[in-house]
Write a new protein. Structure first.
Length: 735
């Protein structure tokens, strides 16, 4: 073979050589950027939808505070949540449909109407549904009405304080429709007494029922099925009866006071559950009696209560305020109880068995098939079709409900497409954006973790209640730092991973009395990172958490844990440089984070702020200051320029370059340009494109992270509606 023939062959098969070179280079790069021999899980990227924001599947994870069946129509079921709105069951698809995402949002970062205070169905009209919305009762909520099962909503004129995310939100029904007169509604408020409507919710008048000054107010209302009587419980006061459809009220002597749920059976007997003794009561022949199951503790709490739709003598109750609460079944009006042995069929594999019936909120017979019972709790919805059996099998029925609160996200260049940190649920390694994660992130305890010690040698579960932040080393991205802890004990710590988040190890030394907030890692050395702490000075380690030194020159950190700011960032190339924003000033460290000095000031002092650097580019960072706009520096903060295009910049993130350019990254900003809010992106910092014109940002987006693996892929973490992803169509246009 002569030289000319060799050249022809090379020209003909050049692409094979190039492909081989790319494969070899990629394998070598992965080898250089990993530690250990653990294989990385395969990530499914074949089914990403690009025309709209799509939910990342987690599976519930938040408080589902109510379950509602329509008495006339099979499988017409609604769910209420504390801060994720309302859902309707789609039996044909075995999933839930969100029906209140279209309600107005008060601001980009706060959605008051996502708090679910109450729901009511018209027993005579399956298409009619009412909801009371509002997270916190110190501001006006609203009652909405739908004539098409929640497809569209019409606001009524009742604007009282609603507390869908407040104390005892797992209690009874505050909003009810008369079973005999569709236009008669009653609503029990937390602070403003009981209200009555005679025209289907268009107009309301306050009734004479006494008000309670305890933030709970009217806890539950129940109409008697065949008469004019209606009952209402005023929390910490007692149960009242009205014989004139809710106009006047009389307190029932000796009634339980701390009532959670209230129901009236077909035979007129009134039942109540309480969070103090007597835990289960019934009112019959004008007399109250204690019918609680035998052998329970005096201070046990009962919440769930449901009455059989055809058999007046059959009812079911459930313990509340505890994990894996017991379910009791009675066929003789509560004279005797059968505790149900529970078997779990978990479709959401990461849910621990202890999470079943954790702080039960509702339990409900199916009106069309009373063998079927639905149950909701702090994390999920469960269903059984054999409640009368000795061993009852409960199955997760939560697909479609995404109700988690996101605190942090990370989308590194290798390994997981997405790592998430959540309130209450630790966080997840997402292999498939459309399937349930297999397990929470967790960690392996090593040695004596004094902060997590209970009594003796027993420790808290090896997961964080809250994961506050996840960061990775830019040039060794399988090395990560995760901060979090147990909010209920006010204890926080940190862990590291050297395999991309598959396994985690606690720091060797845990600085005492610190709540860790944010971390930033040297782009070249994963053992070197800085962490901010709540209301105290940051700390720096050069040996992966084996020892710590206190940072000087910075103000004390912000307050944990309900904080989404990102004031700290490591330089994209220089491991000695770190940056920090606080109160209109940019601080810079040139000695690895030991000391910081002010390099820029006179910037707007903004409570909400995100500081992020650009990979591989020394001295460059972006700063979003919410209503004060967007800022940019290319020289380590010596000069910081305002991007005048933006009148607001809520969030900013840096992702993999959509198109080849000198800039080598794509910058994404969730902000406002010429009065129009949306997602904007740039490759060079000068020319901007709108990235989501046909797909508005998810409500209450608190965290925005762009993928370093797939160009144009964005993740949005919300305050109560989980995670969304979107692949921007601007990727074909941006220059």
């Amino acid at each position: 073979m002569n030289a000319i023939q060799i050249i022809k062959i090379c020209r003909q098969y050049w692409y094979i050589a190039l492909l081989s070179l790319l494969v070899v280079t990629s394998l070598l790069w992965l080898g250089d950027h990993s530690a250990g021999n653990s294989p990385l899980p395969q990530v499914n990227t074949t089914t990403l939808v690009t025309d709209a924001w799509q939910p990342v599947t987690i599976g519930g994870g938040g408080y589902i505070t109510g379950i509602y069946h329509h008495p006339q129509e099979t499988d017409l079921i609604y769910a209420r949540t504390d801060n994720g709105g309302y859902y309707r069951w789609q039996a044909s698809q075995q999933r839930w449909l969100a029906i209140t995402d279209s309600l107005p949002t008060t601001s980009w970062s706060y959605d008051h109407y996502s708090g679910g205070e109450a729901l009511a169905l018209d027993p005579q009209n399956p298409d009619l549904v009412y909801i009371a919305v509002g997270k916190y009762s110190d501001r006006p909520g609203a009652v909405y009405k739908s004539f098409d099962r929640g497809a569209t909503w019409q606001k009524t004129n009742l604007a009282l304080g609603m507390g869908g995310d407040e104390d005892l939100r797992w209690g009874g029904e505050r909003l009810v429709v008369s079973p005999n007169e569709s236009n008669l509604l009653l609503f029990g408020s937390r602070r403003d007494g009981l209200w009555r409507s005679l025209d289907g919710g268009l107009n309301w008048t306050q009734t004479s029922l006494p008000m309670a000054d305890n933030g709970i107010g009217v806890m539950a209302i129940a109409f008697a099925p065949q008469e004019e009587s209606v009952y209402a419980s005023v929390y910490d006061d007692g149960i009242y009866q009205s014989r004139d459809r809710g106009i006047t009220w009389q307190r029932l002597a000796d009634s339980p006071t701390k009532v959670m749920q209230l129901k009236v059976a077909l035979d007129g007997i009134v039942y109540a559950t309480s969070n103090r003794s007597p835990q289960v009561s019934k009112y019959e022949s004008e007399r109250w009696s204690d019918i609680a199951p035998k052998g329970i503790l005096v201070h046990s709490s009962f919440n769930g209560l449901s009455l059989h739709p055809q058999q007046a003598e059959t009812l079911i109750v459930s313990e509340g305020d505890k994990g894996r609460g017991k379910v009791y079944y009675s066929r003789d009006r509560g004279a005797s109880w059968q505790p149900k042995t529970i078997d779990l069929n978990k479709t959401v594999t990461w849910l621990a068995p202890e999470f079943f019936n954790d702080h039960n909120s509702a339990i409900a017979f199916d009106p069309q098939d009373p063998q079927q019972v639905w149950l909701s709790d702090w994390f999920s919805i469960w269903h059984t079709d054999n409640i009368a059996s000795k061993n009852v099998t409960w199955t997760n029925r939560v697909r479609g409900i995404e109700q988690t609160v996101l605190l942090t996200l990370a989308a590194p260049p290798v390994g997981a497409m997405l790592l998430s940190g959540l309130a209450d649920q630790d966080g997840f390694y997402h292999q498939d954006l459309h399937d349930y994660p297999q397990s929470r992130l967790g960690f392996e305890p090593q040695g004596r973790l004094s902060q997590f010690k209970l009594t003796g040698d027993r420790y808290l579960d090896n997961y964080f209640q809250d994961t506050l932040h996840i960061a990775y080393c830019q040039n060794q991205p399988l090395h990560l730092v995760r901060l979090g802890g147990q909010r209920w004990r006010n204890q926080y710590t940190g862990v590291t991973s050297n395999d991309g988040g598959i396994t985690w190890q606690p720091w060797q030394q845990i600085p005492a009395n610190r709540q860790f907030m944010r971390s930033a890692i040297d782009p070249n050395n994963p053992q070197h990172f800085v962490v901010t702490t709540s209301e105290a000075q940051p700390l720096v380690t050069f040996d992966g958490g084996a020892s710590w030194r206190e940072v000087t020159g910075l103000p004390n950190g912000e307050t944990a844990p309900w904080n989404w700011n990102q004031p700290l960032a490591a330089d994209g190339a220089n491991g000695d440089h770190f940056y920090y924003y606080a109160e209109g000033k940019i601080y810079r460290s040139e000695d690895g984070g030991l000391t910081f000095d002010v390099v820029a000031q006179d910037l707007p002092s903004q409570e909400a702020h995100i500081l992020t650097t650009v990979p591989q580019r020394e001295g460059e960072f972006w700063l979003s200051l919410d209503g004060a706009g967007l800022y940019h520096s290319t020289n380590g903060g010596l000069s910081v320029d305002k991007i005048n295009k933006f009148t607001a910049a809520h969030l900013v993130t840096v992702g993999k370059a959509i198109a080849p350019s000198l800039y080598n990254s794509t910058i994404y900003v969730y902000g406002k340009v010429k009065g129009e809010s949306g997602l904007y992106l740039t490759a060079n910092g000068r020319s901007w494109q709108r990235g989501d014109r046909q797909a508005p940002m998810p409500k209450t987006t608190k965290v925005l992270v762009a993928s370093q693996q797939q160009p144009g892929l964005i993740f949005a973490g919300t305050d109560g509606r989980g995670i969304y992803y979107y692949a921007t169509k601007a990727q074909s246009k941006i220059k």
